[in-house]
Design a protein around this ligand. Structure first.
Ligand SMILES: NC(=O)c1ccc[n+]([C@@H]2O[C@H](COP(=O)([O-])OP(=O)(O)OC[C@H]3O[C@@H](n4cnc5c(N)ncnc54)[C@H](O)[C@@H]3O)[C@@H](O)[C@H]2O)c1
Length: 275
């Protein structure tokens, strides 16, 4: 579905971004992986079925975005698709380290600095890359932007209010840009992933282990599986490839009349039963 398309995937070194890159590449796209972790991004790019490239880049930093975007466009010969996936995943993620501040943490311990970091990592990243990429998509006569938001942007998230506000902001930005750029045939949609066992959830489960008494004796992976068992109606975790399949569809011409939408890939987590 994506033959001859050039795509940028931010945060593409691992986790959901790597899954999106693998699916898009398998469908013929040439993918540029932009990630803070250039070494891991190189390894992921080397495994892609259609040859891609890796560029070290902090997508929360404007000059870095401009530099990496120019390099990607030059090396791949244009730009058709942008996947704004980078977010939440910055900081140490193992049981012996402090949890990342990228999600902010609950309100009672949320400082202004952590609030700013959560918004920078999860909303500013999407703004900066989108703003820089739009002229390149316009130069092609159209294109697609896929924003990776979260179910946290749709429902209450008392553990991570700053992260949730940032992701709700991503959904809002998706709608505004979809309307503004429809006349340029640039479509903008968002995906709200549910529960995926990536480094980000490892960090969250580690924080839960330290703060929720019932989880104190459990491994982070088991805390995650408990959340899946109790919270997912379909009873299984979601995978990076699940997100990749929808991202590839939204990026393709098969979705040519879909814009300004947000879709949860969450096994039904956000469904609510009426009394
Ligand atoms: N894992 C989940 O359950 C889940 C659920 C909903 C939404 N999400 C969202 O999916 C996206 C990917 O999350 P993940 O679980 O794959 O996380 P992850 O930590 O496994 O991977 C994130 C990747 O993004 C990169 N990254 C982070 N900040 C960056 C920056 N400023 N510039 C460049 N690269 C950066 C990291 O280096 C890492 O390689 C995030 O936006 C996250 O909020 C994840």
């Amino acid at each position: 579905m994506l033959t001859n398309k050039v795509a940028i995937v931010t945060g593409g070194a691992r986790g959901i971004g790597a899954g999106i890159a693998r699916v898009m590449s398998a469908q013929g796209a040439r993918v540029a992986l932009l990630d803070l972790d250039g070494v891991e991004a190189e390894k992921t790019a080397a495994g892609l079925p259609t040859p891609g490239i890796a560029l070290a880049c902090d997508v929360a930093a404007e000059a870095d975005v401009a530099r990496a975007l120019a390099a990607a466009v030059e090396r791949l010969g244009g730009l058709d698709v942008v996947v704004n996936n980078a977010g939440a995943g910055r900081g140490p993620f193992n049981a012996s380290a402090a949890p990342s501040s990228a999600g902010g943490g609950p309100m009672d311990t949320l400082s202004a600095a952590r609030w700013d970091e959560a918004l920078a990592q999860n909303l500013r990243t999407t703004f900066l890359m989108t703003k820089a990429a739009l002229p390149h998509l316009q130069a092609r006569g159209g294109g697609a932007i896929v924003n990776i938001a979260s179910i946290a942007g749709l429902v209450a998230s008392p553990r991570l209010p700053a992260y949730a506000a940032a992701k709700a902001g991503v959904i809002s930005l998706t709608k505004s840009l979809a309307l503004e750029y429809a006349r340029h045939d640039i479509r903008v949609n968002a995906i709200c992933p549910g529960y995926l066992w990536t480094r980000a959830w490892d960090g969250l489960a580690t924080a839960m282990k330290m703060t929720v008494p019932g989880y104190a004796g459990m491994e982070p992976r088991d805390i995650f599986l408990d959340a899946v068992k109790r919270g997912v109606p379909l009873g299984r975790e979601q995978t990076p490839e699940d997100i990749g399949q929808l991202a590839a569809f939204l990026a393709s011409d098969a979705a040519r009349n879909i814009t300004g939408q947000w879709i949860a890939v969450d096994g039904g987590i956000t469904l609510r039963q009426s009394p």
